[in-house]
Design a protein around this ligand. Structure first.
Ligand SMILES: N=[N+]=NCCCCNC(=O)[C@@H]1[C@H]2[C@H](O)[C@@H](O)[C@H](O)[C@@H](CO)[C@@H]12
Length: 440
């Protein structure tokens, strides 16, 4: 099997993705305010290698060369995020023009290089001042988010045609307020479910506002979805998989595409369920133009916990390599929901890359990308309207609670000198997207 660019429709988009806090650095420059991740990284023990995003890939200063690098890959599009604390340092009120100027230059730089900008408004860097008032647990944050969306759309609206409101609300709520691995690092399920609800409300309020400002633009949301498979056909394992699917996937898909929470999970959450006000579901479920799906792996669920199939291989994050899960997931959401065009907005893998003689032979990552691009093609062949695929990530970057100890990039970053070095996976992707018929 050889996966080729021509296996996809001509208008299919191939891109690469990053996020502001993970690559920009310059956390105290040009008026940027603190985010919850700046605070989180300062708390001892939160980040595996004790680092933070204060320098990262220094993209705030190196963005011209990074855009040249993206252009050299031959991709159609670049998915990036805007740092709310650069735009409104206090999360509300006064706008920091230097922050807007940076993103205006960045977007113009993309357009000059023939790259389509795919903008994400929120990729986890909440202004700390809003967290001081409860963060996403506070319903008001949803309205502050819509105000922030207005500011960005008014400045960039003429040039950016694709806006995702949120990146992975599951991570911004459950991983951050219940599990506690991400900022702000709380462990309170009721708070997490309130945060999830207000994130989705903020998504809806932002879409409403942006419809008037950027008519004709494509508005959507990005969800991390993980297909859940029962460890066996025993009833208790099937039930465990259905619960995992419910908490991870349906708890977000249903309010967006059905205007309700899934009843089975709502009942399971008992007293911890969020307060839903009249009109909330009308906001969360208003029509969107695309669904972004971030796919990394599946879960295999048993009554006594998750199972790690011994016959599979695993990435440096400990995630199973399971490309079939991407096809299954896309076919399933296409069957169970009325979805708009879908983009794979993130897909990729971390491996312990070694720089050898100025090269990085990341064969495992090449295989991961080949298999998942193939899996995407398989879903297209099965009738799923997939409009694009963005590799995560353009370059190695700050991997949240793992710091710089995990490398997801197709481009290696030498953090000692900020050199960028194309890994073999970047070269493979380049041959694919530029139609040089990359072989398997
Ligand atoms: N417990 N637990 N967790 C299992 C699920 C975690 C899901 N994490 C993601 O999807 C994040 C997404 C993020 O957008 C990007 O900013 C991250 O760099 C990548 C890689 O980590 C992925």
């Amino acid at each position: 099997m050889t996966i080729k660019r021509t296996d996809f429709p001509d208008n299919f988009i191939f891109g690469v993705a990053t996020s502001s806090y993970q690559i920009e650095g310059a956390t105290n420059e040009d008026g940027r305010g603190d985010s919850i991740w700046d605070t989180f990284c300062r708390e001892p023990g939160r980040i595996q290698d004790g680092t933070g995003g204060d320098v990262a890939c220094d993209h705030y200063h190196l963005w011209p060369q990074d855009l040249d690098l993206i252009q050299s890959l031959g991709v159609d599009a670049y998915r990036f995020s805007v740092a709310w604390p650069r735009i409104q340092p206090d999360g509300k009120g006064p706008v920091n023009q230097k922050g807007l100027d940076f993103y205006e230059r960045l977007v113009d730089g993309m357009l000059e290089r023939g790259l389509q900008p795919y903008l994400t408004l929120y990729h986890w860097d909440l202004p700390q001042t809003l967290q001081d008032e409860g963060g996403w647990v506070n319903r008001e944050t949803a309205y502050r988010f819509a105000e922030y969306a207005r500011v960005v759309a008014e400045r960039l609206g003429g040039r950016v045609r694709s806006y995702a409101t949120l990146n992975e609300p599951w991570c911004s709520s459950i991983l951050s307020y219940q599990i506690g691995e991400h900022a702000p690092g709380l462990q309170d399920r009721r708070a997490a479910l309130a945060a999830a609800h207000h994130l989705l409300l903020g998504h809806g309020e932002a879409v409403k506002v942006m419809r008037d400002i950027v008519p004709g633009s494509s508005l959507g949301i990005v969800l991390n979805l993980q297909p859940a498979y029962p460890a066996s056909d025993r009833e208790e394992d099937v039930a465990a998989a259905r619960f995992a699917d419910g908490t991870f996937n349906r708890w977000f898909l249903d309010p967006i595409f059905r205007g309700e929470y899934p009843a089975d999970i709502w009942d399971a959450y008992g007293e911890d369920v969020p307060t839903v006000q009249d009109g909330d579901f009308a906001a969360t479920s208003q029509p969107i133009d695309f669904l972004g799906v971030n796919y990394y792996s599946r879960s295999v669920n048993g009554a006594t916990g998750n199972v790690r199939p011994s016959e599979s291989s695993y990435t440096h994050m400990g995630w199973e390599v399971y490309p079939q899960g991407l096809t299954d997931l896309l076919v399933r959401i296409n069957h169970d929901y009325t979805v708009p065009p879908v983009y794979i907005t993130e897909n990729g893998a971390a491996y312990p890359d070694e720089l050898e003689g100025g090269r990085v032979h990341d064969a495992q990552r090449v295989e991961y990308f080949k298999a998942h691009v193939q899996a995407t093609s398989d879903a297209v062949q099965q009738g799923v309207n997939v409009a694009g695929y963005f590799a995560w990530s353009l370059m190695d970057n700050f991997e949240w609670a793992f710091g710089y100890s995990r490398r997801f990039g197709m481009v290696y970053v030498d953090y000692g000198n900020q050199q960028r070095i194309l890994k073999d996976s970047a070269k493979w992707y380049q041959t694919l997207v530029t139609r040089q018929d990359a072989g398997v």
